[in-house]
Design a protein around this ligand. Structure first.
Ligand code: ADP
Ligand code: MG
Length: 692
């Protein structure tokens, strides 16, 4: 037996030729260590042999018996069928394999076999189709395929039994090589089983019960390594020098006087946190969470102006042009009498206009630049960028956030990112694990919770009648249509036609405007501005108004085909109303066709709480889809599940941060291995985060 090196190419393992090697690399397996960490996707319980007479239709089970009949045939010349009958003391089972003609060479009458497969009943006979099989001998003891058998996620070029054999070889040959890299203190504290046991059991468990401890150990390990990468990244950010702003009472009261209202307790607290960050030598790296309508913009304005008061430029980035324009309007309103130069860097500018804008940014002529992701394009250079605020961060990727920070600015600008998609605690730890988090957890006073109703087919006329009544009282309404990207044109047509229909048939005499993504940005701005100034009563729109838009006089959000929107979108859309002192309503038109859609609408009607909605959304969709995995830099864990295993995640995070902060600088024999592992892992994760 050759001695195996866990980190040498897996080509050197016997049984791995060039072809198999290629297949393995497709699965991301390059070394024996990679293979050990390629965990089963499921297990089959083959520990019990069931009597043929006791087989139940639909069960997947193990049977042992003697072959009593063998027959092969073809149907219509293209499909081969190989059939056998297997008998034990209690009965007979029919077994069929399709398109595996070579099997007829293998089976003979009187062979003793183990079969594992799904039981079906055909013409009152029990049968299995395409089961796994193993030949056994009378006195040979239990078959190899008995017990708890791992099932792996494989490609068509690799079958389960070949992979299992390879795994068996590697697991047993590497038992003496697997190091324990957690120090004794962590093993004790978390009561973990040794690495070597965990790896053996995860692949070849003796019982299903024993699996749990192996899984817990490996999940903890996976989370720990990830979180230590987060801890290191956070340290790294804290180690560079940023601006140390000076913000005194005078500057503050100046800024506060611009706001036409008193700040809520929450806003004040968060502003204190931002103040502390800005006045420190370290760059701010903070996430501000707050439900739709909680008043995050005020915090952004505070930070932007405080930075400008210190003689640097600041940038405010929004995910849509509409929102960027709104911020531009808001800031111009606040700054009407101040000597601050604000620039809106729009998309779709003429070359000359854009060049002029860029020149002003570069020369430092403008103090505050507002824009979309156009702000992070290559040709945008700031003179002395001191602060960046990113609104609705969930609409950007982690990548973009990091790109802005890493634009080669010195000193490093402060960064404040804001999000209204409430991120469940479990997720924010992983995605934003390198950020400090502030939360606005109350709405401005006087807000009346939005009332939400489902509108069934028969009630549409009533609902429209209700909208008209509200409009007659002086309120405004949004009517939103879904827009599916693949058929944007079609939907656009639908929205345009609907707007016409609504105008002519449903709301004659009312002023109906239409807004959608395909309009030129000036046109969008124009229509939005008309709505803001109440020159329209009703705005028919696509999802373009989803985030950020703030028109307090609008009190109705009617969503057509609500079943087609995701929960987060519905919540965001509803957040467009309930922003003033009048009772607001959200009307969900449409009929849910799937269980998921039913649950989404039910959740919307049941609660206004963004955090509850986000948790539910996550439950319905799973973490991957919740954020659209890659774009948001959500790491894909092999065995840990950030939702189900959040308790382990939390423990691992605490331990990892403590470990990194206390020990990374003092290497001892006890922690050397773990530190090496963390650094290796950090490099990978860092790449992932920084290059998307
Ligand atoms: P979001 O957190 O969704 O970005 P905004 O910043 O757009 O919320 O604020 C929503 C609305 O609430 C705006 O019209 C804003 O002027 C208003 N607002 C913000 N803070 C307060 C406050 N403390 N008191 C009263 N109104 C406020
Ligand atoms: Mg906002």
């Amino acid at each position: 037996m050759t001695t195996l090196d866990l980190d040498k190419s897996i080509q050197y393992i016997k049984g791995v030729g060039p072809k198999r090697y290629k297949t393995l690399t497709r699965l991301g397996i390059y070394t024996p260590r990679d293979l050990l960490y390629y965990f089963p996707r499921a297990y089959q319980d083959r520990s019990q042999v069931v009597n043929i007479s006791e087989l139940v239709e639909g069960d997947t089970t193990m049977v042992q018996g003697k072959v009593t009949r063998v027959k092969s045939s073809t149907t219509r010349g293209w499909k081969s069928i190989f059939e056998i009958s297997v008998t034990d003391d209690t009965g007979t089972l029919m077994v069929k394999w399709f398109n595996q003609p070579y099997l007829k060479e293998k089976f003979q009458v009187d062979d003793l076999v183990l079969l594992y497969g799904r039981v079906s009943i055909y013409k009152e006979k029990r049968q299995m189709t395409n089961p796994d099989h193993e030949f056994i001998t009378e006195d040979g003891g239990p078959g190899e395929s008995m017990g708890i058998v791992p099932v792996y996620a494989l490609t068509e070029y690799m079958n389960q039994s070949t992979f299992r054999k390879l795994m068996t070889t590697v697991v047993y040959e590497s038992l003496s090589l697997i190091e324990e890299y957690f120090p004794e203190s962590i093993i004790q504290k978390q009561n973990l089983i040794p690495a070597v046991d965990a790896l053996r059991i995860i692949h070849f468990p003796d019982s299903l019960d024993g699996l749990d401890e192996a899984k817990r150990r490996l999940k903890y390990e996976e989370f720990f390594l990830f979180e230590s990468a987060m801890a290191l990244q956070k340290r790294e950010i804290k180690e560079v020098t940023g601006y140390q702003f000076f913000i005194d009472q005078k500057v503050e009261s100046h800024i506060f006087n611009l706001f036409p209202f008193t700040l809520t307790k929450s806003q004040e607290l968060v502003i204190r946190e931002v103040h502390r960050d800005m006045c420190s030598q370290k760059p701010m790296n903070r996430l501000l969470q707050g439900d739709v309508g909680s008043g995050k913009t005020v915090v952004a304005v505070y930070a932007l102006l405080a930075a400008i008061a210190n003689g640097v430029q600041s940038a405010f980035m929004a995910p849509t042009e509409l929102l960027a324009e709104q911020h531009y309007r808001t800031l111009n309103r606040y700054l009407a009498n101040a000597d601050i130069r604000v620039l809106l860097l729009k998309g779709g500018l003429k070359a000359r206009e854009r060049r002029e804008s860029l020149e002003q940014i570069k020369s430092g002529e403008v103090d505050l630049v507002i824009g979309t992701h156009a702000l992070i394009q290559k040709d945008v250079h700031f003179n002395r960028l001191g602060l960046i605020v990113i609104d609705e961060q969930h609409k950007f990727g982690v990548m973009q956030r990091t790109r802005l920070r890493h634009k080669g600015h010195h000193p490093h600008p402060d960064v404040l990112v804001m999000t209204a998609t409430p991120i469940p605690r479990s997720l924010s730890l992983t995605v934003f694990g390198d950020l400090d988090v502030s939360t606005i957890d109350e709405l401005p006073p006087g807000r009346i919770p939005v009332k939400t109703y489902g509108v069934t087919a028969g009630k549409q006329a009533d609902a429209y009648g209700f909208i008209r009544k509200e409009v007659e009282k002086g309120r405004q309404a949004y009517v939103v249509y879904p827009l599916v990207e693949e058929s944007e044109k079609l939907d656009l047509k639908a929205a345009t036609e609907e707007a016409k229909l609504l105008q002519e048939r449903v709301f004659p005499g009312l002023r109906v405007g239409l807004l959608h993504g395909q309009l030129k940005s000036d046109m969008k701005d124009f229509i939005m501005s008309d709505f803001i100034h109440h020159r329209f009563d009703i705005l028919v729109s696509t999802i373009v108004i989803e985030v950020g838009i703030d028109v307090p006089n609008a009190t109705i959000m009617a969503i057509e085909h609500a079943e087609r929107f995701g929960l987060a979108q519905l919540h965001q859309l509803r957040g467009r109303v309930g922003r003033g002192s009048h009772q607001s309503y959200c009307l969900l038109f449409g009929k849910p066709k799937s269980e998921g859609a039913r649950r989404r609408l039910k959740t919307m009607i049941a609660t206004n709480d963004g955090f509850r909605i986000a948790e539910e959304d996550l439950r319905i969709r799973g973490p991957g889809e919740f954020f659209g995995t890659r774009q948001h830099g959500i790491p894909e864990f092999k065995i840990g599940d950030i939702i189900q295993d959040h308790v382990i995640l939390k423990l691992a995070r605490e331990d990892a941060f403590a470990f990194v902060n206390e020990r990374v600088k003092s290497e001892t024999s006890e922690n050397r291995l773990l530190m090496k592992k963390i650094m290796e892992n950090f490099k990978d994760k860092f790449d992932l985060i920084h290059t998307g």
